[in-house]
Design a binder for this molecule. Structure first.
Ligand code: ADP
Ligand code: MP5
Length: 260
């Protein structure tokens, strides 16, 4: 029997922690065939991003046609899109599909991966056609332009149409992470899971949104997919927490327990 197919539309991370490296590893670990459309190449390591090469719009479009014309894509996930034109293109070609949007604007390291025009394009074009949007707290604040709590921001963003999961919380303070799931017209629901004490968390957001897309591609309902995605991230953070890879915040584990 064929596995479900999920597509990531995202940038590369040369350090193998975030972006398409995280997405394809997560799809594979969760039994999904991963297709991948590259929007930007980043020179990146655990300390930061030193260069970004945007892929020409026509090449992004050609990749999208190549995938959609040939494969039965069950779910699409977007990561770093990098330019307002790319955000608009992706919105046009992915409207009507099961679409997980991780609105990547700033990397954990602080590097800007999308400016003001990208933020505007998310609000005007991509959020309205998304199935679910997964900002972390900083991204939710950037998108709304407000300084609210995760719960308030989730509710406000869900008013723009799709479901929203504001990820994160304050693990250091409480020992647990709370992601807020908000769907239009319903009270936001807190999804809690244990926090792993670690600084090896580069790529966590990409891994979460890919795991969410993978579970949705398998047919799970949204809340169950969100709980399973958080469980997957927690497991991978537990694997990498003792690692000493890189000079700064190390990668979340993308190893999947295979033997050699
Ligand atoms: N230390 C941690 N332990 C367990 N889960 C975590 C930890 N840090 C983040 N998560 C979870 O990982 C997912 C992505 O979170 P987040 O850190 O907000 O992403 P980003 O990398 O975009 O900032 C969420 O489900 C969040 O609760
Ligand atoms: C190519 C690319 N895409 C996304 C992220 C965000 O990931 P994180 O928030 O874990 O830094 C990143 N750093 N690089």
């Amino acid at each position: 029997m064929n596995p479900p197919v999920a597509l990531t539309i995202a940038g590369t991370d040369s350090g193998g922690a975030a972006g398409t490296a995280a997405d394809l590893a997560t799809f594979a670990a969760l039994g999904v065939h991963g297709a991948c459309v590259i929007t930007a190449v980043t020179a990146q390591d655990t300390t930061g991003v030193s260069d970004i090469h945007a892929i020409p719009l026509a090449t992004v479009e050609a990749q999208l046609h190549a995938v959609f014309d040939d494969l039965p894509v069950a779910a699409v996930k977007t990561g770093m899109l990098g330019s307002a034109e790319t955000v608009e293109l992706v919105a046009r070609l992915c409207a009507g599909r099961l679409l997980v949007v991780d609105p990547v604007l700033v990397a954990t390291s602080g590097a800007v991966l999308g400016g003001e025009d990208v933020r505007r394009a998310y609000l005007d074009h991509l959020l309205p056609v998304a199935t679910v949007v997964t900002p972390n707290l900083a991204e939710a604040r950037a998108l709304t332009g407000r300084d609210g709590s995760p719960r308030e921001l989730a509710e406000e963003l869900a008013g723009l149409k799709p479901a929203v999961i504001v990820t994160g919380g304050d693990p250091a303070a409480t020992g647990e992470c709370t992601d807020w799931l908000a769907e239009p017209g319903r009270a936001p629901i807190p999804l809690r899971h244990p926090a792993i004490p670690t600084t090896n968390d580069h790529g966590t957001g990409c891994t979460y949104s890919s795991a969410l897309a993978a579970h949705l591609a398998h047919g799970a309902p949204l809340r169950e997919a969100a709980e399973q995605a958080a469980a997957y991230v927690t497991r991978q953070l537990a694997i990498s927490k003792t690692w000493t890879l890189g000079r700064s915040r190390g990668p979340i584990a993308h190893t999947s327990g295979g033997t050699r």
